[in-house]
Design a protein around this ligand. Structure first.
Ligand SMILES: [Zn+2]
Length: 85
C-alpha cells in the first residue's frame, strides 16, 4: 500500500518517484508517523527513514525556491530595462 502525504509530496532522492510503501508498520498518514519510520520507494526499492526523505526533499524544495527567485529576478530586470528605455 502506498502512503498518501496530505500536504507535501515527497520524492525519492534516488529516482524521483513519489510513491512509497511501508517497511515496518502500516502508515495511514506519513505526517503523523515518527521520524525514524522506514519507508521504501516502490520504484527503485531504496529504503529511507521519514527524516532522511524529508531532508532529501528539503534540498529539492530549496532548489525550487532558488530557481523561482532567479526567474523573478530576470523578469524584474527585463521590466526595469523596458522602463528606462
Ligand atoms: Zn526510488
Amino acid at each position: 500500500m502506498s502512503i498518501e502525504s496530505r500536504n507535501v509530496t515527497l520524492y525519492c532522492p534516488t529516482c524521483g518517484n513519489d510513491q512509497f510503501s511501508c517497511v515496518d508498520v502500516e502508515i495511514d498518514d506519513l505526517s503523523d508517523a515518527p521520524d525514524d519510520t522506514r519507508i521504501q520507494c516502490v520504484d527503485c526499492k531504496c529504503i529511507f527513514t521519514k527524516a532522511e526523505l524529508i531532508e532529501a526533499n528539503q534540498d529539492v524544495i530549496n532548489a525550487n525556491i532558488e530557481e523561482v527567485k532567479q526567474e523573478l529576478l530576470k523578469d524584474l530586470e527585463k521590466k526595469l530595462k523596458k522602463m528606462f528605455k
